[in-house]
Design a protein around this ligand. Structure first.
Ligand SMILES: *Cc1c(COP(=O)(O)O)cnc(C)c1O
Length: 501
């Protein structure tokens, strides 16, 4: 299956090259030339498959230059009950009839990124080996908090790889920071950036497309790859759990076969919701894709007006993994809306780069509205959602998922749509103990407490267990202390790669 760039200026002969390259040479994102449209029409035949077998089936539709056996072997070591502390990997918790939370946080770092980033290392190493490339893979990652940790865990001590993670030094939660700074593994580097996520992401993209650096690395037996959701190999594993959610609901009778459902996705870089959209294109009966944002509501405005304007105030919120103003994967959606007219995509992206704004032509906006609905939650509304769901259902939401819940309420109030709905629950509430505790507990219990101490408080108060990976974080030594200015990211990478190998 051939892959092309959303901007029309680059190609990859197959998924292997698309994955290894990450970002296309023209700055665009790789996408299959022919999308396997509608093939899930027969998905009910997959109803009784295990998660791992379902994943193999879906991956095989896109990653056509791996054999079925190769995919099965890789997937089989990853989606196990041991790694995801749940036999169904991504269980759907049905809160009440017609409303379920797809829990994507049972993996080793307690956020949905694990579903893709536990698998991606295997895909990349296998891809390199199959293409006869024995250069060391240098993973370069910009993170808004959760991708970094998930990538570090996925690649740690994997022979032939090294991971360099840049995170906004002041832009992640204490817990996320602690998770990353205590990272073990001989091949892991974690570096703070004085700036926000967008600056870190822009820095990484610039380093990627630096030709001289790329050539020098190649001579030294190294190549960059990306674990951000610009990498195709990260998106496809995310399609699997939307199919799984549908089949789970059909199995337990919450949905009839073929019955429509809505999906709500707390969104930042637009990767996770794009995976749901691909699920729809594959034939899942998804009615609306509801895009939930926090105060950084650039996507809400875009979905409502067609104007994408990143020239706006940047807010640090209690849902930090969504504190993003440049949603990279939106470009892949534009490509589909524009019927693969890469010139149109290129023009819009150029406008964004040069002016910080673009306006979607009316025909494309209309198509967008057919599939998507957008809303956002303020900080107060997010806390209220956590408090309300806990009071009514004794179910804990993390702040990102709470944004999703609030926007779901807004959607139903606004449209009257009663279609059964699955909300993607993107992180464990224990990853964000300060805001969760503030939302559900008395002030005296919370003020002045360290985040790590709050884990215990929340656990006692709610009678729910602290996830194993978060339990002993305070006992682990800090191993990564470096912080650099955004403009020094490239030099830092050069130092790491060429001074002390
Ligand atoms: C990454 C992340 C998001 C946003 O996902 P995108 O794919 O970037 O849209 C939402 N919630 C949590 C907890 C995350 O880690």
């Amino acid at each position: 299956m051939e892959y092309i760039s959303t901007r029309g200026g680059a190609k990859a002969p197959g998924s292997i090259q698309a994955m290894l390259t990450g970002l296309a040479a023209d700055g665009g994102l790789f996408i299959p030339r022919q999308f396997p449209e509608g093939v899930l029409g027969r998905s009910l035949a997959w109803k009784d498959l295990s998660y791992a077998d379902l994943a193999t089936g879906i991956l095989s539709l896109f990653l056509t230059d791996f054999t079925m056996e190769e995919l099965k072997e890789m997937v089989g070591t990853v989606y196990t009950e041991e790694r995801f502390s749940s036999p169904s990997i991504t269980p759907v918790n049905t809160l009440r009839p017609g409303l379920g939370f797809l829990e994507l946080w049972h993996g080793p770092t307690c956020a949905f990124k694990d579903l893709a980033l536990q698998l991606l290392p295997h895909l990349l190493v296998k891809a390199a080996r199959k293409s006869g490339d024995d250069r060391k893979i240098i993973l370069l990652v910009a993170t808004s908090g959760d991708t970094g940790k998930a990538a570090l865990e996925g690649f740690r001590d994997l022979p032939g790889t090294m991971v360099i993670v840049f995170y906004p030094a002041q832009g992640v939660s204490a817990m996320q920071k602690r998770q990353m700074l205590t990272q073990e593994g001989e091949n892991t580097m974690v570096i703070g950036v004085e700036g926000n996520f967008d600056q870190a992401q822009t820095g990484v993209k610039t380093i990627f497309s630096h030709q001289e650096l790329g050539e020098r690395m190649s001579q030294a037996g190294m190549r960059f790859s990306s674990a951000n959701s610009i990498n195709w190999g990260r998106l496809i594993p995310q399609v699997v759990y939307y199919v799984w959610a549908y089949l789970s609901w059909v199995r337990e009778g919450s949905l009839q076969a073929g019955e429509e459902f809505n999906v709500v996705v707390p969104t930042g870089n637009f990767g996770n919701i794009l995976a749901a959209y691909y699920g729809k294109r594959l034939g899942l009966p998804i009615k609306k894709l509801i895009c939930a944002s926090n105060m950084n509501n650039v996507l809400t405005e875009f979905l409502r007006t067609g104007v994408y304007n990143r020239k706006r105030e940047f807010y640090q919120t209690i849902s930090p993994s969504m504190d993003i103003l440049i949603s990279s994967n939106l470009e892949r959606l534009l490509f589909e809306l524009a019927q693969k007219d890469t010139e149109r995509v290129k023009t819009l992206m150029k406008e964004l780069q040069e002016t910080g704004v673009y306006r979607l032509p009316a025909d494309l906006l209309e198509q967008l509205g057919a599939d998507f609905w957008g809303g956002y939650a303020t900080e107060e509304e997010t806390k209220q959602a956590m408090a309300e769901v806990f009071a009514d259902h004794h179910y804990l939401l993390d702040p990102h998922t709470a944004v999703g819940y609030k926007v779901y309420q807004e959607y139903t109030a606004h449209t009257g749509d009663k279609t059964p709905t699955v909300i993607a629950s993107t992180a464990s509430p224990y990853k964000f103990p300060a805001s969760v505790a503030q939302a559900i507990m008395k002030k005296e219990k919370v003020t002045g407490q360290e985040e790590l101490a709050l884990l215990q408080e929340i656990s006692q108060f709610t009678g729910t267990p602290i996830p194993e990976p978060l339990r002993d974080l305070d006992a682990k030594p800090l191993r990564h202390r470096k912080v650099v200015a955004a403009q020094d990211m490239e030099r830092t990478v050069r130092d790491i790669l060429f001074s002390h190998k």
